[in-house]
Design a protein around this ligand. Sequence first.
Ligand code: SF4
Length: 368
Amino acid sequence: MTKVRHLLGISGGKDSAALAIYMRNLYPELDIEYYTCDTGKELEETYQLIKNLEVYLGKTIELLQAANQSTQDPFDHYLDLYGGFLPSANSRWCTKKLKLEPFEKFVGNDPVISYVGIRGDEDREGYISKKPNIQSIFPFRKNIWSEDVIGKALTNNNLVKLIEQFDGLSYTPSKVRFRELLLKPISFNFTQTQKTNILLDVDVRLFNELIFSFLKQTSYPLSEENTFPLVDNEDVLIREDIFKLLEESGVGVPAYYNKLDFDLNGKVGQYSRSRSGCYFCFYQQKIEWIWLYEQHPDRFLKAVAYEKDGYTWNDNERLEDLIKPARMQAIKEEYLKRTARIAHKSKSPYLLDILNEAEGEGCASCFI
Ligand code: SF4
């Protein structure tokens, strides 16, 4: 039997850090390898978080660096290769070269379970890798399985086989009801998502047992394991739980999430950074660029220095123009109006929610 590796990537964001804490606390029997992909352009707060986590976990977090033979740091090495062409949401060579490729090299051909910190209150899948020897598991969600696994297990073509596997599972009081629902084929009026959710509502453990037993007949990495403790996992962790885990463990919330006051013509606003990743990440909002300018001016100036030969981090606006006093004032005003509007709608007390709602998904490899 091939040894399956269990990996957990630390992005520098709160959710992957909390997941590391959670897995250590609940599943100490799993020999998890922790890693982080260093672009060379992270904020100091990220490195601090990694140090704190290493102490808490009692393990080294493997530092994976692309182009580790280069005299330059990974980002600069590839930027030169790309002729100074800055990455963007439409051309995200940075994620591919600095995150995914080093991760896939680290994995090689070994069967791997990759634990991903997508929360129970998020509606996204969190792409990590499409390599067949890497299987993603989402411990914070009610549905811990990836979409491809669920698709293959629940497809109508697999129904007869799945029922056979189900009948072989031990008895539970919800088994009869579960079976009735399992027999109902997926259709236009009963989608795969609906079927998944309804089965999970009836019995999460039974659902997990069924999927684990389905996996035994496949070439997914988990088919190599005799048992998998997360089959019993019924937890759903949302944003509040993440902050609680970080604070109660003593690891702490990365400092760039802290709300800081700024003044705008006598009015007080609050800003923070909404995510981890490179300090110049093109996913950040205008207000976060201003946060960088005001809180880390040295980093901001470095980001400015990358804008040459017509390449810019933001469409149609150079950073030098973004920090002109009138422009900064306009950005802050617009931000205050927008956050007030969203805060009113979402009723969330977290500035982070507001920034996230305003921003959308971004890059799962960098920000989880
Ligand atoms: S944080 Fe942003 S700039 Fe850095 S690798 Fe990720 S997507 Fe690219």
